[in-house]
Design a protein around this ligand. Structure first.
Ligand SMILES: *[C@@H]1O[C@H](CO)[C@@H](O)[C@H](O)[C@H]1NC(C)=O
Ligand SMILES: [Zn+2]
Length: 396
């Protein structure tokens, strides 16, 4: 199942010149840097923003939001407003499609994916590889009034907290790089993007055509869109360095398996961060004896390959995108509340939700190589650098 799919990506490589291939190879070996214990101890916390009744990030998502309904539009506006007001350096894009569903009586239902991205300044879009964080914001059609807190309101809020927690560190890092002449075309360019996906849930019964409406449309469009000639990456799809899909997160004591040998190294990075954060007593849901990641000690040859979970990654995986699927699916299956009316705010384990947001912040900080730019003392340094840049600019 896996191998022919990976060959598809392999076919693209000969199209690149040796020089570009070298740049890609170089990037692949350097695009990750561990953060210090000091950084792990000072990561921002979501605090009251994850309150299920009036928290600024999470509460507005804990409503029914079936694709094509007013609830869906309200949540989409909440996500877009958060980015526009809190993260003005990010670019927002919508990718729209329509489809009939088994319950739409022949009517076309709109599906709207929200893509927010931030690239290093002065780069061409075709030359930037992007860490890609993904969660679906739609909720299930049935049972009526279904909330979907772990599925996937909490994952959306976890990603929102991650975005804002690394934003100023990226600004600072890129300012430093520009000041020291490192932001040139020969260097690896790493950006980040977030996809809030629509239409993940089936309306009636999960089939190939009744599920993954948003993901299928986006993967198809991004595969067909081609970057200008001589770009490092052929298409927006090829620009995805790692597709990190968060789903069914927010129940206590999750079990996260490693599903793909080619991204097992990234699984281990995330699992190692969880262990370090726990040892440093930075996690609220502390159960010192139990890791969330049972495959940490395994090699990529030892992870089980029998488990196949259909989720938003599938249309991307089939086109050769590298995927890290973070979904709570242990021997007992999905969390107990899955696809029931109990999957609501009250049944979330908020300590676990907070821990996830801290863990993904740490992972994104490592991926974006933000060590030295994350801690609180940098906020002061940053304003000094800002002033210095302004002075320099005026002198020019
Ligand atoms: C896609 O839909 C959104 C929300 O309805 C709308 O704001 C946006 O303009 C649409 N974009 C395009 C390209 O049609
Ligand atoms: Zn679901």
């Amino acid at each position: 199942m896996m191998l022919p799919l990976l060959l598809h990506r392999g076919l693209l490589r000969p199209l690149l010149s040796t020089w570009l291939a070298f740049v890609l190879l170089f990037s692949a070996t350097t695009a990750y840097e561990s953060v210090s214990d000091e950084t792990l101890r000072s990561l921002p916390r979501p605090g009251k923003d994850f309150d299920i009744h009036d928290g600024a990030l999470l509460a507005p998502i804990l409503v029914p939001r079936v694709s094509g309904t007013a609830g869906s539009t309200a949540v989409l506006n909440h996500l877009a407003d958060f980015i526009r007001t809190t993260l003005p350096d990010w670019t927002i894009q919508f990718q729209n499609s329509t489809s009939k569903t088994p319950v739409s009586k022949g009517k076309e239902i709109p599906f709207v994916n929200l893509i927010a991205s931030r690239d290093p300044p002065g780069t061409s879009p075709g030359d930037v590889g992007r860490l890609t964080l993904v969660a679906h914001y739609d909720s299930k059609y049935e049972p009526q009034g279904f909330i979907g807190a772990i599925d996937s309101a909490a994952p959306c809020a976890i990603i929102m907290h991650t975005m804002r927690s690394i934003d100023s560190a990226m600004t600072k890092k890129w300012e430093d790089m520009r000041a020291t002449g490192q932001l040139n075309q020969l260097e690896e360019q790493q950006g980040i993007q977030v996809i809030f996906m629509d239409g993940e849930e089936a309306f009636k019964e999960w089939t190939a055509s009744d599920s993954l409406y948003g993901a299928r449309s986006l993967a198809e469009q991004w595969d067909a869109e081609v970057h200008p000639a001589m770009s490092v990456y052929r298409s927006p799809l090829d620009s995805i360095s790692l597709f990190v899909l968060l789903d069914l997160l927010g129940a206590k004591e999750p079990t996260i398996q490693s599903f793909f040998p080619t991204t097992h190294w990234a699984y281990k990075k995330l699992a190692t961060l969880e262990r370090r954060l726990r040892e440093l007593k930075q996690l609220q849901s502390s159960d010192p004896g139990r890791s969330w990641f049972p495959h940490l000690a395994k090699s990529e040859h030892e992870i089980p390959l029998y488990m196949r979970i259909e989720d938003d990654h599938i249309p991307f995986l089939r086109r050769g995108v590298e995927v890290l699927h973070i979904i709570d699916a242990g021997d007992r299956g999905f969390p107990k509340v899955w696809h029931t009316m109990q999957d609501d705010g009250e049944h979330l384990d908020l300590d676990t939700v907070e821990d996830w947001s801290v863990l993904f912040t740490a992972f994104a900080a490592e991926w974006m190589e933000l060590e030295g730019f994350m801690d609180a003392s940098q906020i002061h340094k940053r304003s000094v650098t800002d002033a210095w840049h302004k002075t320099e600019f005026l002198q020019l």
